[in-house]
Design a protein around this ligand. Structure first.
Ligand SMILES: [Zn+2]
Ligand SMILES: [Zn+2]
Length: 222
């Protein structure tokens, strides 16, 4: 287990969200336009069931895996000025295949209009990139945003470097405190946070919608 403290600060961005729910909590419809925030996972890097855990919490999950217990990941979608829906996933986790499926099928976002924003090089936060490679999806030019040291790490170490060489991913440069736009209404701002930076910097993200803001900090040491 990690010894550091994990803090997730998430204040749902009202973001123009107008999803409707029936009495059973089932989603019925979503707003067609504008920004939406989708929590795709909340767990620590090791996921669930956790390797080596023989307690009832995980023993039952080994027998019957839960569909709603995924490693920390956030999805944000917005529409462009031209009305096209675009999306961003924050982190590429070991649960990336199911999280990508959930995100894409809910919002009808093709890979060409998807960006991935990474926080740091610990396994729960970037190892899902492996599924974009030729052994799995064989993706083309998926936009992946990372800080400078993290980009160097991905570019110079296999198997990640192969994703770059084969054009499965296209690395994009983040700069601390400088915003990136997602669609017409959302701005993403990387913020450095203290953590064990063995292979990369660690950032969190301030995600600004038209009415509200979310702060996404999956890992931090205080
Ligand atoms: Zn973590
Ligand atoms: Zn970490």
């Amino acid at each position: 287990m990690h010894r550091f403290q994990i803090m997730v600060v998430l204040s749902l961005l009202a973001f123009g969200l107008s999803a409707c729910f029936d009495g059973a909590g089932e989603r019925q419809e979503y707003a067609v336009d504008g920004p939406l925030l989708h929590v795709l996972g909340t767990l620590q890097d090791g996921g669930a069931p956790h390797i080596g855990c023989n307690r009832p919490c995980c023993r039952n999950l080994f027998l019957r895996p839960a569909t709603d217990r995924k490693v920390v990941c956030l999805g944000v979608t917005d529409t462009t000025a031209g009305g096209e829906r675009v999306g961003a996933m924050f982190e590429a986790t070991p649960d990336f295949p199911s999280q990508l499926q959930a995100f894409q099928s809910d919002w009808d976002i093709p890979l060409e209009r998807l960006s991935v924003f990474l926080t740091h090089a610990h396994i729960g936060h970037y190892s899902g990139l492996m599924f974009l490679g030729r052994e799995a999806l064989g993706a083309k030019n998926v936009e992946v945003w990372a800080m400078p040291r993290f980009r160097d790490f991905l570019t110079t170490n296999g198997p990640w470097s192969q994703l770059v060489e084969l054009g499965n991913i296209r690395l994009k440069a983040l700069t601390e405190n400088q915003h990136i736009a997602i669609g017409a209404n959302v701005r993403v701002i990387p913020l450095r946070v203290p953590h064990r930076d063995e292979y990369s910097e660690t950032v969190g993200y301030r995600i600004e919608g038209p009415r509200n803001t979310a702060l996404f900090i999956p890992d931090i040491n205080k």
